[in-house]
Each structure stands twice: as C-alpha cells, then as structure tokens.
Design a protein around this ligand. Structure first.
Ligand code: SF4
Ligand code: SF4
Length: 165
C-alpha cells in the first residue's frame, strides 16, 4: 500500500482525529481525578519555585559583624566584569585611606556570570538566588545602588516579597 493511499484511508476513517480526541479526553479526565499529576503549569506568582542552589541572581553587598562595609574599594570586581556593569566610588579618607562612598550594579548590563563574586578578595559582593528582578519603574530602578545591595545582602532572599526594594 502506498504512503498516500494509507494517508487517504486514515483521513476518511478519522483515525488521527479520534486518537487526538482520546488523548485530550484522557488528560481531561485525569485532571479531574488526580489534578496534581496532570497540571504542569505553575501558577506563578501565587505558586513560586525557588531557584537552584547555584543560581546567580540579584547582587548583594555583605557587611562585617560590626556593620561596616567589607568592601575596600579595590575595584577588582569592576575590572573583571566582562559587561562593565559595576561602578565603585571612592574618596580619600582622613588618614589617606580609601573610603568607599558608593557602589552600583547596572542590572541591564550584567550577564550574571558571578565573576565579581569570585574575584572579590574581601567576599564583599555576592550573587543571591533572587530571580524576581522586574520593576515597573524607569531604567534608573535597574541601577542597583549600595543601600539596595546591602538590603539584599543582609536577607539573601529567595523571593522578592522577602525584601523591601
Ligand atoms: S566588592 Fe570586592 S572586589 Fe569589588 S571593590 Fe569591593 S572589595 Fe574590591
Ligand atoms: S555578575 Fe558578571 S556581569 Fe554581572 S556584575 Fe558581576 S562580573 Fe559583571
């Protein structure tokens, strides 16, 4: 029997249509009897899934136990960043020491590679598992400044509602 004849027979006997309806009907019945085993679409944001342990999300800035910055303003993170997403602002202190006055991550430029975290000699910057990064506001909202980074670093949240941003 040639291929085109077989196709013709299948078409006139509605085999494919019946198979499709049987599959759909089976899933429909199972969705009523055992819904958890059938529904694959997660109902985000009501039902959130934590990111995997090695996920690299929103940056966080870490502090020492006394609350002072771990960051010494060396700029290594900014130097290794392939996306040029980091800016470190420093000033000269009273005793000619370097004082960190600002830190900024451009979330639009960042590719979340984690090089900054790996390179930091003071373990001052981390990439947390927070993946809910969207904001309604303008682009400025995506330049994450020191206060925001410290807040995320303190809480290391998995989800956005665990931190005030
Ligand atoms: S975060 Fe780390 S690497 Fe970056 S400036 Fe501060 S101490 Fe240096
Ligand atoms: S994660 Fe990578 S791209 Fe993003 S700021 Fe750090 S080094 Fe730059």
């Amino acid at each position: 029997m040639s291929g085109s004849f077989k196709k013709f027979i299948r078409t006139v006997t509605l085999v494919d249509l019946i198979k499709g309806l049987a599959l759909t009907g089976g899933v429909w019945v199972r969705s009523i009897v055992t819904p958890k085993h059938v529904l694959v679409t997660r109902q985000y944001p009501e039902e959130k899934r934590p990111s995997f342990p090695n996920f690299k999300g929103h940056h966080g800035f870490l502090l020492k136990e006394d609350g002072s910055l771990k960051c010494v303003g060396c700029g290594i993170c900014a130097g290794v960043c392939p996306a040029k997403a980091i800016r470190v602002y420093t000033e000269e202190g009273k005793d000619h020491e370097k004082v960190v006055t600002g830190y900024e991550v451009d979330a639009f430029r960042c590719i979340y590679c984690g090089f900054c975290e790996e390179a930091c000699p003071k373990d001052a910057i981390i990439l947390t598992r927070l993946y809910e990064l969207a904001d309604y506001d303008n682009r400025e909202q995506y330049r994450w400044k020191m206060d925001r980074l410290i807040e995320v670093g303190k809480k290391r949240p998995l989800f956005r509602d665990e931190v005030k941003l």
